[in-house]
Design a protein around this ligand. Structure first.
Ligand code: NAI
Length: 355
């Protein structure tokens, strides 16, 4: 673990095994300097256990940065459950996972991520107090995807204003890769405002649905990143923007929901050098954790959550402007900003446990 490229002095990493259900999971707690480590739980079939650990380490650091830049009183953590989980064991696996989260006494707060549904979270929440994204009350809570999508749309609008000098997105050409919870809601947000969509997903029925509902054009799942559009919005899994993609893509803006969407520093640098505006993923996709945090803390109403998500626009503008002024890639500007916030909180010795 200590040699993993994504290990970053993580505060704690827990491996979980439950013989009865067959649960195998990793819970990575990157930092609790700002508050309990909050971040979703992903269910994925990894090639190796090392790959699962690596994903948990990378995603949990991303959550620390996301929560810090979003101004939330939360640290960063993430859980991954090693799939596949057969349907008949799903209940037992999420029950065991809930108990594992509970055993950490509030150091880690879980929610949905890729492969985990609201129904799964309901099982988790029966076994731990430390789960959010469970139920909608007063217009907030439950599945965070629509809130994430709203924030992504607001971030795209801010990037379009700065990079293209446009004040609306009528007729803007956007390519959306991945039409799951966030991608499909993003299509709706953009379509309602007159954007022209190109879409791709490895699940054909999702493509058909988006074409029907939002007059989108279908594209091949691999080629969509190279489409001749104004904005590419990666909303599938991480590392979509490799150095090669960065070198060859034709869009002027990359702004989507997927966590860890640039494969590494090199890809981010190439985008910057080519004058392609990249909105750092954890800045633009914070809408979900904003609502998950409000639900968990029982603080704020729909209006407050919406206003907090609106601020993603200002943050996007600030990071893009600083990137220009400091001549640094946007991901570097955002990372420095996040690390400074976490370091300041660490010096103050903030809370480590909400319980
Ligand atoms: P999801 O699991 O609902 O949807 C992912 C979609 O991507 C699926 O339709 C899948 O078929 C498709 N897909 C997978 N590989 C693909 C490929 N190579 N090409 C095209 N499509 C592909 O996941 P969700 O919740 O929509 O999340 C999407 C991304 O956004 C993930 O990276 C997630 O970590 C990130 N994210 C999600 C948040 C949320 O509120 N759900 C919050 C912040 C980030």
């Amino acid at each position: 673990m200590f040699q993993d490229p994504h290990y970053d002095d993580h505060q704690r990493t827990v491996s979980v095994y439950d013989a009865e259900s067959g649960l195998r999971a990793v819970i990575a707690i990157h930092s609790t300097a700002l508050g309990p480590a909050a971040g979703g739980c992903r269910l994925w079939s990894y090639d190796t256990a090392d790959a699962a650990l690596s994903d948990a380490l990378r995603l949990s650091r991303g959550m620390s940065y996301k929560n810090a830049v979003a101004g939330l009183p939360m640290g960063g953590g993430k859980a991954v459950i090693l799939g596949p989980v057969p349907p008949e064991r799903r209940d037992a696996v999420f029950t065991a996972f809930g108990k594992a989260v509970e055993s950490l006494g509030g150091l880690y707060i879980t929610a949905e991520d890729v492969g985990v549904t609201e129904a799964d979270l309901a099982i988790v929440a029966r076994n731990t107090r430390y789960a959010s994204g469970v139920a909608m009350r007063g217009g907030i809570g439950g599945n965070p995807s629509p809130f994430t999508a709203r924030g992504v749309r607001i971030g795209i609008e801010a990037a379009v204003r700065l990079a293209l000098g446009r004040t609306d997105i009528e007729g803007l050409r956007v390519a959306v890769q991945g039409l799951g919870g966030v991608g499909s809601n993003l299509c709706r947000e953009l379509h309602e405002r007159g954007a022209r969509l190109t879409v791709a997903d490895i699940a054909g029925r999702r493509v058909e649905e988006a074409c029907d509902l939002y007059s989108a054009q279908p594209a091949d799942a691999d080629d969509i990143l190279l489409a001749e559009v104004d904005v590419v919005a990666p909303c599938a899994l991480g590392s979509a923007i490799t150095a090669d993609v960065a070198r060859t893509m034709r869009a002027g803006i990359v702004a989507g929901a997927a966590n860890n969407q640039i494969a590494g520093d090199e890809a981010g640098r190439i985008l910057f050098e080519r004058g392609i505006t990249y909105v750092p993923d954890y800045v633009i996709n914070a809408g979900g954790i904003i609502v998950v945090t409000a639900e968990y803390l029982g603080a704020g109403d729909r209006g407050e959550v919406d206003r907090a998500i609106d601020r993603i626009g200002d943050r996007t503008s600030e990071i893009l402007e600083r990137s220009q002024a400091e001549r640094r890639p946007t991901h570097d500007v955002a990372d420095r900003m996040a690390r400074a916030i976490i370091a300041r909180a660490g010096q103050r010795g903030s809370a480590t446990n909400p319980a």
